[in-house]
Design a protein around this ligand. Sequence first.
Ligand code: 1GP
Length: 234
Amino acid sequence: MNQIVQAWRHVFKLDPDRPIDDQTLEAVCSSGTDAIMVGGSSGVTYDNTNSLLGQIRKFQIPCVLEVSALEAIVPGFDLFLIPMVLNSSDPQWLIGNQAQAAEMYGEMIPWDTLVPEGYIVLNPDSTVAMRTEANTSLTDSEAAAYAQIADRMFQLPIVYVEYSGTFGDMELVSAVGRRLEHSRLFYGGGIVDGETARLAASACDTIVVGNIIYSDLNKALETVAVIKNSSIQI
Ligand code: 1GP
């Protein structure tokens, strides 16, 4: 299961709360990206998640759900990514929601399909930062320390540096990457063209591209081309 994630270099993230037409979706799914991640910070429901899954399943591409709301867990995804927000000031986002899910669905949880992600949320203006009350003012070395704990103590397969909506500090991302031994480093936030994709890919293992899909499809597709046609070792 984790081996699947280990092979990803480029992922498109689609928001169930934002409609996408079939033509755009076909371009996204046929782009050469490694996987489609479904997830969002607000407005995610069972119905809009199920509907987006139905659209994506017309294409042959791994499709995973990043779980952000208990009531929007839809069966039928290849994997379920479970965020744990390492720098939230509210333990609900680190372990509380997960424990609640285990209490509600314990016997039914398909554990083999769950992949925990240690999130480090760093854009203070993003919905996710506000919602999770994340401490976004981490220094490079503080962020790297969180990552090391995620890697060596929690043994999380993914550490995800999240700047959703803005391009982040690649020095910090590199500092995090240097501290990881086993976890795969995901980076997302503000990747809007080939150049930002290249810069981010140089600092992490897997880039996640979201918003630009909805505002400039060609630029979004450029982010795949740059990763797949380059010799960047990520
Ligand atoms: C959001 O990390 C992703 O969770 C991607 O960010 O939408 O800014 O590309 P953008």
